[in-house]
Design a protein around this ligand. Structure first.
Ligand code: FMN
Length: 183
């Protein structure tokens, strides 16, 4: 069955390494007939959660008026969520984390629109040459998926990827495309 896949990317670097991984995954998933939307968090203005506990008290998920409203309809219609980020100080980028923290509105008792996301995946890249340096980000993703009741469809970690275009070396993009095709 064709899925509606939402990819949220976290890098501010246009056509950077993680962006290319996201595009390769998207190509693979589209070849399988899935509908894929990719949104770059760094192009949006999304603040972190204010912990004000005012979710859904207005006619929307959050009282903050920012670009989160642009991704909410896509979030609410997605079957699968793919988080794509460069490794920034052993975690996902702040731009992506801010959006993830705002999922809080969909976890409160007063939630008026539930998410239909059933599955998720994580794609990351970083300068470090060993996957263990990504463990903080991987744990964050795994606990989040577990908490949100998303089935983890896999994690792709591209190591030793630093300068723009480094991801073209090796077979990272082939792996990312195959990952997309596997969905
Ligand atoms: C603010 C910042 C923090 C970073 N922190 C790490 C890190 O903790 N570990 C690592 O391996 N690479 C780190 N990097 C390197 C990036 O993860 C790496 O260059 C990556 O390929 C960038 O992906 P992009 O082209 O998609 O932006 C950092 C880069 C920046 C700008």
């Amino acid at each position: 069955m064709n899925k509606n896949i939402l990819i949220l990317t976290g890098s501010p670097r246009k056509n950077g390494n993680s962006d290319m991984l996201a595009d390769a995954f998207m190509k693979g998933a589209q070849e399988k007939g899935h509908i894929v939307n990719k949104i770059e968090m760094a192009k949006l203005n999304i603040s972190g959660c204010n912990a004000c506990e005012m979710c859904w008290t207005k006619d929307r998920a959050c009282v903050q008026c920012d670009d989160m409203t642009k991704i909410e309809p896509l979030l609410e219609s997605a079957d699968m969520l793919v988080l794509v980020s460069p490794l920034y100080f052993f975690g996902i980028s702040a731009q992506l984390k801010a959006a993830v923290d705002r999922f809080c509105a969909y976890c409160v008792g007063s939630c008026k629109k539930s998410l239909n996301i059933k599955e998720s995946a994580l794609i990351m890249c970083g300068e470090c040459d060993e996957e263990r340096f990504f463990s903080g980000a991987i744990d964050t993703y795994k606990y989040t998926a577990d908490y949100m009741k998303w089935k983890d469809r896999g994690i792709l970690i591209a190591t030793s990827v630093s300068a723009k275009g480094d991801v073209l070396q090796g077979d990272w993009l082939t792996k990312a495309k195959a990952f997309g095709t596997s969905i």
